[in-house]
Design a protein around this ligand. Structure first.
Ligand code: ADP
Length: 261
């Protein structure tokens, strides 16, 4: 058996209160393994540590215990093998769409060369459907389009691992569905290993090869469910399938259970 691409082994996450030095444990020991090219979605109540885990994989937050391995090598900080898409887009308002997308790579591009940067940014903007908006500024774009820029900025890095933290939570319901379909299309065109945090059971099932259901206080992985639907996936057909409804019910039960306990 080949080794998983990403391994989270007994990872404990927590924070020290800067005011009094007390330690707050956000999660119990978390263990997950994700194979190359697979999408793992994380669902769970607010505060169970989803964002903390994503940030730990990104190398932005140290683990208080355990280890995170990428192809067997321990994560000790950020790297260009990983890219993060944030919920609030985090775009620079004074930069154009093109420059915002390029921003993900400006340091690495010094090595890669300007021609390569141009190719990567143009390819990423084409993938998210923003070629015609390259010279626009963020304020000229809708929320959904701004998040496309956020995704393009991650894609220019050509990451092996894409980390997405509720990327569609701030857009309206219809745009959200469009963006989910876009992401499915992008992953067909450019497969990556993905960890995707969401509050939505439907989003978790639509996008994930597996869904990790978490519970709170302290956060733990309650169960990891296989999502057996083949790709490419058609959201509308999927939602009507009996197997889909059964999985949805199961996740709902796990989440309601977790809230009570
Ligand atoms: P989720 O993404 O599942 O909502 P988070 O990872 O954001 O959960 O948070 C997990 C717990 O850690 C929460 O209790 C939260 O208040 C706490 N927490 C998150 N970030 C910090 C931080 N920078 N400093 C202190 N506590 C934090």
């Amino acid at each position: 058996m080949p080794r998983p691409h990403l391994e989270i082994r007994d990872v404990v996450l927590g924070y020290t209160d800067a005011r009094n030095g007390t330690w707050f444990q956000a999660t119990a020991a978390l263990t997950l393994a994700i194979d190359a090219g697979q999408v793992m979605t994380l669902v769970g109540p607010s505060g169970c540590g989803k964002t903390s885990l994503l940030n730990a994989i990104a190398g932005l937050v140290p683990a208080a215990g355990g280890e995170i391995l990428i192809r067997g090598t321990r994560v000790t900080g950020p790297g260009i093998d990983r890219a993060v898409v944030f919920q609030d887009y985090a775009l620079l308002p004074w930069r154009t769409v093109w420059d915002n997308a390029a921003f993900g790579l400006t340091l690495a591009a010094r090595r890669a060369g300007a021609g390569d940067l141009r190719r990567r940014v143009d390819t990423a903007l084409a993938l998210v459907g923003l070629t015609d908006f390259a010279k626009s500024y963020p304020y000229q774009l809708s929320g959904g389009m701004q998040q496309r820029v956020g995704i393009a900025r991650a894609l220019v890095v050509e990451p092996e691992i894409l980390l997405m933290d509720e990327p569609f939570a701030a857009v309206d319901a219809i745009t959200r569905e469009v963006m989910q379909e876009e992401l499915l299309r992008i992953l067909q065109a450019r497969p990556m290993t993905v960890v995707f945090v969401t509050h939505s059971i439907d989003e978790a099932l639509l996008l994930g090869d597996r869904v990790a259901v978490m519970s709170a206080r302290p956060g733990r992985v309650r169960e990891v469910l296989q999502v057996p639907f083949p790709r490419p996936r058609a959201p509308r057909g999927l939602r009507a399938a009996p197997e889909y409804l059964a999985l949805r019910e199961r996740i709902w039960d796990l989440l309601s259970d977790g809230r009570g306990g």
